[in-house]
Design a protein around this ligand. Sequence first.
Ligand SMILES: N[C@H](CCC[C@H](N)C(=O)O)C(=O)O
Length: 278
Amino acid sequence: MKFTKMHGCGNDYIYVNGDKEKILDEKKPEIVRRLSDRHFGIGGDGVIFINPSREADFEMEMYNMDGSRAEMCGNGIRCVGKYVYDKGLTNKTEISVVSCGKTKYLTLFPENGLIGSVRVNMGSPILKASEIPVIADGEEVIGERIEVDEKIYQMTCVSMGNPHAVIFMDEVSQLPLEKIGPLFENHVRFPNRTNTEFVKVLDRENVQMRVWERGTGETLACGTGACAVSVACILNGLTKEQVAVKLLGGTLQIQWDRKENLIYMTGPAVTVFEGEIF
Ligand SMILES: N[C@H](CCC[C@H](N)C(=O)O)C(=O)O
């Protein structure tokens, strides 16, 4: 099977042309686990299949390292845009990509004939607790307390198609993520589990975050997570509507256009290598 290894801010996935590599859907979770293994496979945070689509220019079918399917992937969709342009599957620089029935609109920025960065209209944030989903007393979860491992955290929940718990901290560099990450991910209040972002607000335009991703663990970056963090910061009055989100693997520029209620994410997409696995 041919594949392309790409990353967005160090959030690395294995990209497969689903039109050429025919794999049975029921086999995908096991194959994803094998390919993602960083010792016995190719190694990656998961696998993304790029498929033809009737609803959009292309379909993104995204799987986490544990074989679970996710509704959206911000770093992944930027790399999908780069993949289809660089490989000549499209010559457009404005394209649409559908994932789990939701279509996103991308602007591709060529540099010397190849795509260097991508701007994605990530749609509107979902704040309704029942749609995230998160079990809550009220309609939304904004600045609420949650107890994990006998510690109280302040949580704001946002969905970008996938669930996010945003936790504000004074410091994020010394977090025991291996311990508390899984406790948030599998917390009883999240029926579909959750991604969890730990964020330190640096000033009104810059934040620093780390993330424990549902189905993968700590990653160097999370695009939907950076969007969720920006929404949470703005809702809590902590930043302006344009935020530079500093992640371990790089920086993403996020803008929440409140009039249109649309989130724009801009960031890099990088091809590392091509290969064939037997
Ligand atoms: N782990 C996420 C999917 C990948 C999201 C992240 N890698 C991104 O860039 O948005 C989930 O299960 O919802």
